[in-house]
Design a protein around this ligand. Structure first.
Ligand code: GLA
Length: 728
């Protein structure tokens, strides 16, 4: 049992293998957050809360004459708004009389076996062997008929606690829900850093670390997508925390739309972190009997640094979020024609790329943008999901069969959620696009966004996808989305405060129906590369194109930032041409391969245009892909040397600690160089290992403490794969 309730149903302990989360419903029925950290005994820590008469921090009615009891100072599970807690709140209500107060008190609890589902949204699910446990705490609003249920899921072995919130209106009059965040973590003591992952198109998930102070730190998106610009996952950690040391708390939102995560110290040096759907243009109307569900947040704690925290996320996402056949099954090595041809292809050109690829051991051809409707560039055609047979010179079925006859699988690109104004779909259904009547809409890549909150839109898309995928032999779909949302207005809902979220629920609904209809298709998510790279999307697509930037050196930073939360198996990563199309940089074919191998591996270039020598390298790389697949996809991941130094390195160690693989890339070169010395991690101290670099054999203890010095200087951008094998 991971969930224990003591003190007459008032003290709640959520235990995982190494952590405890504790809450206490106090004598005034305020649900206090008393502890989250290293695993402790079941003792009430609410006595650590220091109460004082704090000027200008008022007292709730239940405090009576006790001026030392203030919601403005107490650590809480559901900070409400408008009733005396002046810090970041989690829930805002607007009542029919226009007042905006929300004040929730503890009512009761129940413990449910297994993990919980969040209606209409992805959430962690139970494994066949391991099940989570769920604590549900009920709260009631003091002056209306609104109730809240807080859901806490515990995955004991994985050191994960999840949380979400369900708001229900049991009253006769409607209530507007103007904010509903998913979780709050209050820390009474200590200093913290907040690590966030900002970026931009083609430069996603940089790593930024800042001290939490009294000015609010915020990571957020109002783009209708989790976005390139900011990722819905943050880490709060001790200022001294490193990869291997210190307290770290992860918060990862299972949502792909607008989000906010913020951290701030209050007047009494307490730190509050909140996370959930961004309240920007958010206002949900709840009539009698209606409910709202917030997305799930995955919390995890590590007492020994960032590496352990990342591993906990890699495992939970890989085992309990990623679904379907390809969760475990080996992913095919693919070749995508986008950077090889862009829009300029025909059936013959594709067949030539496929023929060469098949000879070299590549297992799947992916036909990217441009095969449908009127789509010679990115200005038209989106929405018209009908095969352009003239361009292909055959039907899609014939093309697919041709590829299959070469022994390869066949994949296809779609961008279902978008519409071009120059399309038959738009001419027939202009009201299917998100746009505000009487206003010219903002265009991005010259396209508009379909209103995914509409059932008729989703039905049309599923029909088009189904027709195409049933008619041709297709094994894989790349599901792209190439702009962000604005001009928010739905011709069906009108109520703009609900559109962002209803749109997202519509996207999930379509993806769910798609996955149910085509369970054997490998789905790869994409949004101009990694613009929707989040835990929720992993529920549908086991891999996501990590970035439109395929430059091996830029990819070091992008894949490094991505690794803090997301497993390597989720990271779509390809070898492309040199000079690189995004940066103009030239790196060797070998280095491009070594970097791409740490992901869902593939190629994105015309192999008819690479030298014989490089073609031989393709064969070698595919050999390495097969050789190291299990180690890379299932092993433990270690960040060894972050990008930004002379070299960047990372390592995989299998769970038996018998094999390790280190990738090292030289990122700058100097004359008269000092030697490269790298750390080695994760081996068994007491076993002997042979290192492939120089065939020397030493104990795990020596490797891990002494490291490895490279005997030969490396050139700029040169890379190495180095293995350690246990020798008995
Ligand atoms: C996006 C994707 C690319 C490619 C193009 C096609 O930018 O990230 O990989 O599919 O769209 O238009």
């Amino acid at each position: 049992m991971a969930i224990h309730v003591t003190q007459n149903g008032r003290l709640f302990h959520l235990h995982t293998a190494d952590s405890t989360y504790q809450m206490y419903a106090d004598e005034k029925d305020v649900l206090l957050h008393t502890y989250y950290g290293k695993r402790i005994e079941e003792e009430n820590l609410s006595d650590l809360i220091y109460r004082a008469d704090v000027g200008f921090s008022g007292n709730p009615p239940e405090a009576g004459g006790d001026r030392r009891y203030s919601l403005d100072c107490l650590p809480q599970e559901l900070p409400s708004s408008g009733v005396g807690d002046f810090r970041s709140d989690c829930i805002r209500l607007r009542h029919q009389d226009g007042s905006a107060a929300a004040d929730f008190r503890y009512e009761g609890y129940e413990i449910l076996p297994g993990s919980y589902r969040v209606p209409g949204m992805p959430a962690l699910y139970d494994g066949e062997e391991e099940q989570g446990e769920t604590l549900v705490i009920s709260m009631r609003e003091t002056a209306s008929a609104v109730t809240v249920r807080l859901f806490y899921g515990v995955f004991e072995k994985e050191n994960v606690i999840t949380r979400t919130v369900r708001v229900e209106n049991h009253g006769k009059s409607e209530v507007l829900l103007e904010e509903c965040l998913s979780c709050c973590l209050d820390f009474q003591f200590g200093d913290y850093d907040l690590i966030t992952f900002p970026g931009r198109h083609a430069m996603e998930r940089n790593v930024e670390r800042a001290r939490v102070g009294h000015a609010r730190l915020e990571a957020s998106s109002i783009r209708g997508a989790s976005s390139h610009q900011c990722n819905p996952a943050v880490i709060l950690c001790a200022p001294e925390a490193t990869e291997d040391f210190g307290d770290c708390y992860g918060l990862c939102l299972v949502y792909s739309g607008n989000f906010v995560a913020s951290a701030q110290k209050d007047q009494r040096e307490q730190t509050r972190v909140v996370m959930g759907i961004n309240p920007f243009q958010f206002s949900f109307r709840l009539e009698e009997g209606e409910a709202f569900d917030a997305p799930q947040v995955i919390l995890s704690y590590s007492d020994s640094g960032l590496t352990k925290l990342s591993r906990q996320y890699h495992r939970i996402l890989q085992e309990h979020m990623c679904r379907g056949k390809y969760r475990k099954e080996k992913r095919p090595v693919l070749i995508n024609n986008w950077e090889a041809t862009y829009f300029n292809f025909d059936g013959d050109k594709l067949a030539k790329i496929a023929e060469k690829a098949a000879k070299l051991g590549i297992e799947m051809l992916v036909l990217d943008d441009g095969w449908f409707g009127k789509r010679e560039d990115d200005n038209s055609g989106l929405g018209d999901w009908f095969v352009n047979e003239k361009k292909l010179g055959s039907s899609l079925k014939e093309l697919g069969e041709k590829i299959h006859a070469m022994g390869m699988k066949f994949g296809l690109w779609f961008e279902p959620e978008m519409i071009s104004e120059d399309s038959d779909l738009y001419r027939a259904h202009p009201d299917w696009a998100l746009r505000i009547p009487g206003r010219e809409p903002n265009r991005s890549r010259n396209q508009l966004v379909l209103d995914m909150s509409r059932q008729d839109v989703r039905d049309y898309l599923l029909k088009r996808l189904t027709d195409i995928l049933s008619d041709a032999p297709i094994d894989y779909v790349k599901w792209d989305v190439n702009r962000n949302l604005c001009d928010i207005y739905s011709h069906v809902h009108g109520r703009s405060g609900e559109v962002y979220h209803r749109h997202m629920l519509g996207v999930y609904d379509l993806l769910e129906r798609f996955c149910a209809r085509f369970p054997d298709i490998l789905l790869e998510g994409c949004s101009g590369g990694g613009g929707r790279f989040d835990a929720a999307m992993l529920y549908y697509s086991p891999q996501i194109w990590c970035s439109d930037n395929t430059d091996a050196i830029n990819r070091l930073s992008i894949q490094y930032g991505t690794s803090f939360f997301y497993p390597v198996s989720m990271v779509g990563s390809h070898v492309s041409a040199a000079p690189n199309h995004q940066t103009g940089r030239v790196t060797s074919f070998m280095t491009r391969g070594h970097v791409a191998l740490s992901g869902s591996f593939g190629y994105e270039l015309d192999l008819n245009k690479v030298s014989e020598e490089e073609q031989a390298l393709v064969k070698e790389q595919i050999g390495q892909f097969h050789q190291y697949y299990d180690l890379i996809h299932e092993g433990d991941y270690y960040r060894i040397s972050p990008p930004g130094g002379r070299f960047c390195a990372w390592e995989f160690v299998d769970r038996q600690r018998a094999h390790a693989l280190l990738t090292l890339v030289m990122t700058s070169a100097e004359g008269n160089p000092v030697p490269v010395h790298t750390t080695v991690k994760g081996l068994d101290a007491n076993r002997q290992y042979r290192c492939s670099y120089d065939n020397s054999i030493k104990s795990g203890k020596s490797w891990m403490n002494g490291g490895l010095t490279l005997g030969k200087a490396l050139k700029e951008y040169e890379s190495l794969l180095i293995t350690w094998e246990a020798v008995e």
